[in-house]
Design a protein around this ligand. Structure first.
Ligand code: NAD
Length: 305
């Protein structure tokens, strides 16, 4: 079966998404586009030279219009964060870029996967500009934060991160919420692990929340983990594995905040992020999710106003 994936924007993130997607074997064709045409062309050549080392797939450049026939298109176009800049500061610059991309996908039948930051607000912008059903415009959201959390917890507990079940929900950014009450390893709540403490939780949550700033301060961008995250999202969705992952989409109502994009656990399929699973939360976690939704709602209004 042929599966075609497009990537718009082949900077740090786009090229990492490309190599991880090729290794995952999910597609038979990978199409690349960047405003800097030579950069996309160079990446296509470079990636195709590795064809002996990943499952059969062709790689070439294409126009955004041609990508309308892809099964999924990933949007990483726009600029990255700068040291000491919050993701919401990126908003104005990147909203204009992704809005025009969204308009090109009106009537599109595949999945649009949004990576450009601030990812939740831009998921809302692209959904609106494209007019697509909310389930088919998926932001990577807190899937990356959840991966970072599981890695850190795995390190703390000396357990494979894949055996640690813990989730980050809400904004991919400063107001994100770690659902500690539901976090488990081997079926045991983390809060019952010997030596577990509120201080330990707070320190880990801060590390996860500020991870991107720490990486950007050192190397100017983050790319590898988001590349792997996006490739996994594409694979699990397009193969119909029905995995539950924390990704962003527009919701009608979150704790009384209407029309906002943020992450919750969702079953992903080729038809998108259709089945949202609202997790069990404590009163405090629920309130934190509502605060996160309100932060995002204000950001959406600031870009529309
Ligand atoms: P980058 O500057 O290396 O690459 C961005 C690319 O987009 C550039 O090559 C640029 O030419 C291209 N571009 C700009 N406007 C375009 C347009 N209209 N059409 C096509 N291409 C266009 O930046 P990066 O480090 O790759 O980051 C890309 C985005 O991904 C940033 O917004 C960054 O914050 C975000 N990001 C998100 C996550 C996440 O978890 N959601 C993680 C890492 C980075």
């Amino acid at each position: 079966m042929s599966v075609s994936i497009g990537i718009i924007g082949t900077g740090w993130v786009g090229s990492s998404v490309a190599i991880s997607t090729l290794h995952s074997g999910v597609c038979t064709e990978l199409l690349l586009y960047d405003l800097r045409e030579e950069v996309a062309a160079g990446d296509a050549m470079d990636l195709s030279h590795g064809a002996s080392f990943y499952p059969p797939a062709s790689v070439r450049t294409a126009s955004i219009k041609e990508m309308r026939r892809c099964n999924a298109v990933v949007v990483t176009a726009g600029r990255g964060g700068r040291p000491n800049e919050s993701r919401l500061d990126l908003l104005k610059d990147n909203a204009a870029t992704v809005r025009s991309i969204g308009q090109t996908f009106a009537g599109y039948e595949g999945l649009l996967v949004v990576v450009t930051n601030p990812v939740d607000v831009l998921t809302h912008v692209i959904r609106e500009a494209s007019g697509l059903p909310a389930a088919r415009v998926i932001g990577t959201g807190t899937m990356l934060d959840t991966a970072r959390l599981r890695q850190r917890l795995g390190e703390e507990l000396r357990i494979d991160p894949r055996s640690v079940h813990a989730q980050v929900v809400g904004e991919h950014g400063d107001s994100e919420v770690v659902l500690w009450s539901g976090a488990r390893a081997g079926g045991t709540p983390l809060r019952q692990w010997p030596g577990w403490s509120a201080e330990r939780e707070a320190a880990i949550a801060t590390e996860v929340r500020t991870a991107a700033y720490e990486i950007i301060r050192r190397k100017g961008a983050t790319n590898h983990a988001i590349g792997l995250v996006t490739a996994a999202l594409l694979k699990w969705a397009l193969r119909g594995d029905r995995r539950v992952i924390t990704v962003s989409r527009v919701h009608e109502d979150i704790e009384g905040v209407r029309d906002v994009a943020l992450s919750l656990p969702v079953v992903v399929t080729p038809r998108g992020a259709e089945q949202v699973i609202v997790p069990e939360m404590t009163k405090e976690e629920r309130a934190a999710l509502q605060r996160s939704a309100a932060v995002l709602r204000r950001a959406i209004e600031s870009v529309n106003g």
